[in-house]
Ligand binder design. Structure first.
Ligand code: SF4
Length: 406
């Protein structure tokens, strides 16, 4: 089913590209192409977290990457979502486990995923995923590796993470029968640096009022585009979007905007009234946490160290200060006057700090909404309740400026 879905997505995006080069169509085309590579059997298949493990290493090793969570998020856009999650529960996987992971385990049982040769997971970003990765490795009977990233950035922790990345690179390369080529990694890091510059240019465009882009698609793009870190394609995809946004700004094809909301964490996979309600009330989401750049340009002379730092500086490592420390910059640059934290149950790392985050924004006099809503399970979705919460929040945004939270 997943393979059919990806094949169709690639075909449709390919057709659109024959008409005109377009950022969105290019993104969909390359995304489908990358996932399909894991079904082709031409290269060893390595499962990982595309948004956490340094993809530059996988590009340099020339393997076929796959991410079971992002793959599940595609299946979860279909009406089978509730059924998949229910099947995992029937098999004993508790509702305490993130619905994404329950869906992933059920997808394995239904044979939707390609066979991995190695599972690579990370201790950060999504702690639950490391556990699900272990379960899936066990089900497939394949080896797994965990990249452990400590909370603090110190000389010792950089050496510790760097050493693990070198070992992981060797292990990945051994699947191909070749040794790991550090020159190829330098090249991949060069592509990632070029993409970083294009990413910055996109962020600059998002400062424009009214916003030329944002919302659901931006949050998805911020996560799914990370699969191209290390590929020359990423800068081109970013540039394609930048052209589109510039065109919208130049042609004044922009929605009117009364408020600009900063978005924390993720978005639901199923259809909801969330972003339509915001748009109807002229509230934009011009930027989100996962689209900010937390890493420096990587020194190509020492790529493993640069990648270790990229992991160590991730906002989903360590104290919550990393997620609140950018407040001043975000408010100033993007003209933010409200915040929504998408708080899905079981996402302890993302959701657990909500009170501290809310307090930090209240200190800036900016209203903060903690939106409790499951990321992937449509069974828990109550449309009226969500609409009422969003509209209540907009009323707060419309009120006098003060330290307001709800
Ligand atoms: S919602 Fe949270 S727990 Fe679930 S997959 Fe995403 S990061 Fe992990």
């Amino acid at each position: 089913m997943l393979r059919t879905m990806l094949t169709e997505m690639k075909r449709q995006a390919g057709d659109a590209l024959t008409q005109k080069e377009d950022g969105r169509a290019r993104w969909f085309y390359e995304w489908a192409d990358l996932f399909l590579g894991a079904f082709e059997g031409k290269k060893p298949v390595v499962y990982t977290s595309f948004y956490a493990f340094p993809m530059e290493i996988l590009y340099a090793a020339d393997v076929a990457p796959f991410d079971f969570e992002l793959a599940s998020s595609m299946l979860l856009t279909l009406p089978i979502g509730a059924d998949l999650i229910g099947e995992a529960e029937d098999r004993g996987y508790s509702p305490d486990i993130c619905s994404f992971h329950r869906a992933s385990i059920a997808s394995w049982f239904r044979g939707h995923f390609p066979k991995p040769d190695l599972m690579l997971s990370t201790s950060f970003y999504c702690g639950g995923k490391a556990k699900t990765s272990e379960v899936i490795a066990h089900l497939f009977g394949c080896p797994s590796l965990l990249l452990d990233v400590p909370n603090e950035v110190t000389k010792e922790s950089v050496v510790y993470v760097k050493r693990q990345l070198v070992e992981a690179a060797e292990k990945i390369a051994s699947l191909t029968g070749r040794s790991f080529d550090e020159d190829r990694l330098r090249e991949a890091v060069g592509h990632a640096n070029r993409a970083r510059a294009s990413h910055r240019a996109l962020l600059d465009l998002l400062k424009h009022r009214p916003s030329p882009w944002g919302g659901n698609q931006l949050v998805n793009y911020s996560i799914f585009s990370r699969m191209f870190d290390g590929s020359p394609k990423l800068a081109d995809i970013h540039d394609g979007f930048a052209r589109k946004l510039t065109e919208r700004i130049d042609n004044k094809k922009l929605r009117s905007e009364r408020h600009r909301v900063f978005w924390y964490a993720w978005v639901p996979t199923y259809k909801s009234v969330l972003f339509d309600t915001l748009a109807r009330h002229e509230v934009s989401v011009p930027v989100c946490e996962t689209f900010l750049i937390h890493w420096d340009e990587i020194d190509e002379r020492d790529p493993f160290e640069g990648l270790a730092l990229k992991c160590l500086n991730d906002p989903f490592v360590g104290r919550v200060d990393r997620r609140t420390g950018l407040l001043d910059e975000v408010v100033d640059k993007f003209g933010i006057d409200g915040v929504i934290l998408f708080a899905t149950p079981a996402c302890r790392h993302s959701k657990g700090n909500w009170a501290i985050m809310k307090g930090a924004w209240a200190d800036h006099g900016i209203p903060f909404l903690t939106l409790d809503m499951d990321i992937a399970d449509p069974r828990a979705y109550a449309e009226e309740q969500i609409r009422t919460r969003i509209e209540g929040f907009i009323e707060v945004l419309d009120g006098p400026r003060a330290a307001k939270t709800i």
